[in-house]
Design a protein around this ligand. Structure first.
Ligand code: SF4
Ligand code: SF4
Length: 239
């Protein structure tokens, strides 16, 4: 009825919400089309083989000191994990080898949104992680492992996120991280991995969006990132 009258919704809350969501979605599709256009102007080959479009959620970027309270809570949680034999089981393969070359450029563009979860799970350090460290150190005690992990904390970490997430990313070498850290692959990363498995030179336009705001946009190709400046989200100034 509303459509026949040429208005976007009938005024009912559910109808209004659906109409707003559709308008927002259409707005983002226009932003994506502009981003692809801009990328194609930079690289004319993309007109023949269009890039995949990937969407990321913004990662927290504000930093805060790693203070005594955080150190204490991590040490307490790690001791409890050892005592209880607690494990964060996570199936799969190490994403460093499971994904094609260049796929992890997406994580650099993202800034590690998934490491926010490490804040709530004490960096996923569990009985397995501590046990592996002990095995690699002639069976040294769990306290020595915990002391080593504490010594590796940066001076500052990303606000509210994992204690090991510094401004430039995780400070732990891969062999000291939990399986979940090395194996987790978010949907956009999997989509990029699939596209690169099909064509290792496939380009991607990556849009980091939050509600109506576009935080950043970039063209990814052959593991390189090129910013796409001047774009705005639907409803932002300049959109
Ligand atoms: S896995 Fe996904 S969420 Fe995590 S850093 Fe990479 S792109 Fe970001
Ligand atoms: S240990 Fe490293 S990879 Fe794992 S959640 Fe923390 S910062 Fe992220």
């Amino acid at each position: 009825m509303a459509q026949r009258r040429g208005v976007p919704h009938c005024g009912a809350a559910a109808c209004r919400q659906r109409a707003h969501a559709a308008t927002l979605q259409a707005g983002w599709q226009r932003v994506a089309a502009l981003a692809v256009q801009q990328a194609s102007a930079l690289q004319p080959s993309l007109r023949e083989r269009p890039p995949v479009v990937l969407w990321l959620r913004p990662a927290q970027r504000e930093m805060e000191p790693v203070g005594p309270a955080l150190r204490e809570s991590l040490a307490t949680a790690w001791r409890a994990a050892v005592a209880e034999g607690h494990r964060h089981d996570y199936a799969g393969r190490d994403s460093a080898t499971a994904l094609p070359d260049g796929a992890h450029a997406l994580c650099a563009q993202c800034g590690g949104a998934c490491c926010t979860l490490g804040g709530g799970y004490h960096a996923f350090v569990d009985a397995d992680v501590i046990g592996r460290w002990q095995a690699a150190h002639d069976g040294a005690g769990a306290e020595a492992a915990i002391a080593d992990y504490l010594a590796r904390l940066p001076e500052e970490h990303v606000h509210g996120a994992c204690g090991f997430q510094a401004a430039g990313g995780c400070v732990l070498p891969r062999e000291l991280r939990a399986d979940v850290c090395n194996r987790y692959v978010c949907e956009p990363l999997q989509a990029l991995g699939d596209a690169l498995a099909d064509d290792k030179h496939r380009a991607a336009v990556v849009l980091t969006a939050d509600g109506r705001r576009l935080e950043r946009a970039a063209l990814l190709q052959r593991g390189q990132r090129q910013p796409l400046p001047g774009l705005a989200g639907p409803g932002e100034a300049g959109a």
